[in-house]
Design a protein around this ligand. Structure first.
Ligand code: UDX
Length: 468
């Protein structure tokens, strides 16, 4: 049975949630106070990059299950559920989430309610926020009206958010009011009927599940990154180690891909917020602390790898960087390891030519001193090394022979282990550095013209001094 839903905030989470709930057959209105955004949406333009969202949105707009509005008071009236999906950035200089947008949205929503409504917090908010929201709702509700608050965390990955929503590992919501629970059950019934797991909990439990899940995944990645360093030291291969441990169903193979460290709009912010909450309640959070610390130090490890591959220093070297976003298949550069790494390489005197398939405008703003290239070939021409930082699928389709032919020195540092070592070396690269793979053996140049003074320099052993 269709539920009448309003979503406040048409950012990444709000728009994906709105479009997916409409796809499930509900009647959805997405609200935003940004006139330009609503105008763009009304004229069929999607302001964010997410594979499949365009088609999903237009299909539901056409069949009348999805529409947009600037008018919050009018759009909230007559709704069974109002989802709050506004931003919760970190307070500048602190680990605490800034809740001002959640508070403002709740006040506006609550004061316009004209029937029983469940106010669903979709934004990632610190533990305890739903209680705060409850008190705001009680204060702002019009005389004689009733409402309840529910926590319904999202587990959407950028780049696969629609699949994650429509084929979830689980759906979690926390509420205390029975009417609110019943509405949420109706909202997610189409997914439950397909066999997806629904977990109804207490409010605080739902809040903690979100943070505990993200922090656990961050811990997993930091762990495999440190194991990668060990693999390099002892001559093992981290990809095989990840397969070997991941086949144990108690561990699981997901999120065991070693790389340049985790970034994005969630893991860094959420691990910091979890730490902040724990410290407020005087509960040690040592494991998460260590994961954060290991992730910060990861950049030094990567820098040393690049320097070693370039013969000890990047000063004066022309480096081609592939990938600026925090991971592939997104245009998001928030807390991307690439941004910090490129900055550090520029500080060390490297000349950077970067290519990212999403051409992220924000990266150009953050990195004014580098050359942004429209194609891989533009970035690679005359480069002294190619550094792969993001796991874009399209990189795998690059013609390796063409890349190496264009380079001044065909050296590749592949921080995502995208390529097969034999294929790289067989296509003209004289030196290929992977993550978590021990015993680098520089091989002889395969083509005349690729040899220069440092082409046969041994790879410098990497010792993590832990400086940061
Ligand atoms: C994450 C969670 O996965 C999602 O459930 C939550 O709702 C929002 O935060 P997202 O930020 O889109 O999603 O990215 P994710 O795919 O989880 O990757 C996060 C970071 O970890 C990226 O920088 C990625 O490159 C890195 N990563 C991921 C690895 O280095 N190795 C892995 O094995 C997996």
């Amino acid at each position: 049975m269709s539920v009448r839903i309003a979503i406040v905030g048409t950012g990444y989470v709000g728009l994906v949630t709105g479009a997916c709930l409409a796809e499930l057959g509900h009647d959805v209105v997405c609200i935003d106070n940004d006139k330009q955004k609503i105008e763009a949406l009304n004229s069929g333009r999607i302001p964010i990059y997410e594979p499949g969202l365009d088609e999903l949105v237009s299909r539901n707009v056409q069949r009348g299950t999805l529409r947009y509005s600037l008018d919050l008071p009018a759009s909230v009236r007559g709704r069974d559920a109002v989802f709050i999906a506004v931003g919760t950035p970190s307070h500048p200089g602190t680990d605490q989430a800034d809740l001002r947008y959640v508070v403002a949205a709740t006040e506006q929503v609550a004061s316009n309610i004209d029937q029983f409504t469940v106010i669903v917090i979709k934004s990632t908010v610190p533990v305890g926020t739903n209680r705060l929201v409850q008190s705001i709702v009680e204060r702002c509700l019009p005389e004689g009206q009733s409402a309840a608050v529910a926590s319904n965390p999202e587990f959407l990955r950028e780049g696969s958010a629609i699949g994650d929503f429509l084929h979830p590992d689980r759906i979690v919501f926390g509420a205390e009011n029975e009417q609110a629970m019943a509405i949420l059950q109706r909202i997610y019934a189409p997914l439950e009927q397909q066999g997806y797991e629904v977990l109804a909990t207490e409010i605080e439990t739902a809040e903690v599940i979100k943070y505990a899940a993200n922090a656990f995944l961050a811990v997993k990645i930091s762990y495999i990154n440190e194991i990668a360093d060990l693999c390099e030291a002892v001559g093992a291969d981290v990809d095989h180690v990840a397969t070997g441990i991941g086949l144990d169903h108690r561990i699981g193979g997901a999120f065991l891909k070693a790389g340049p460290g985790w970034g994005g709009s969630c893991f860094p912010k959420d691990t910091r917020a979890l730490k902040a909450t724990a410290s407020e309640y005087v509960v040690p959070m040592r494991i998460v602390d260590a994961a954060i610390e290991a992730n910060a130090r990861r950049k030094d490890v990567v820098l040393k790898k690049i320097e070693a591959a370039c013969g000890g220093s990047v000063a004066g070297k022309r480096l081609a960087i592939f990938g600026l976003t925090f991971k592939g298949q997104t245009d998001d550069v928030r807390e991307s390891p690439s941004i910090d790494l490129v900055r550090a390489l520029v500080e060390r005197g490297a000349r950077i030519h970067a290519y990212d398939p999403s051409q992220p405008a924000e990266a150009a703003r953050l990195l004014p001193h580098i050359c942004m290239c429209a194609t891989p070939v533009h970035a690679i021409k005359n480069a002294d090394a190619l550094v792969i930082l993001t796991d874009w699928k399209s990189f795998i389709d690059c013609d390796l022979r063409e890349l190496s032919d264009y380079m001044a020195d065909p050296v590749m540092v592949d921080m995502r282990n995208l390529f097969d070592e034999q294929a790289v070396r067989g296509n003209g690269f004289r030196h290929y550095v992977r993550v978590g793979r021990g015993a680098e053996r520089p091989c002889r140049p395969q083509q005349a013209g690729h040899v220069n003074d440092h082409s046969l320099a041994p790879v410098v052993a990497i010792a993590d001094t832990g400086t940061r």
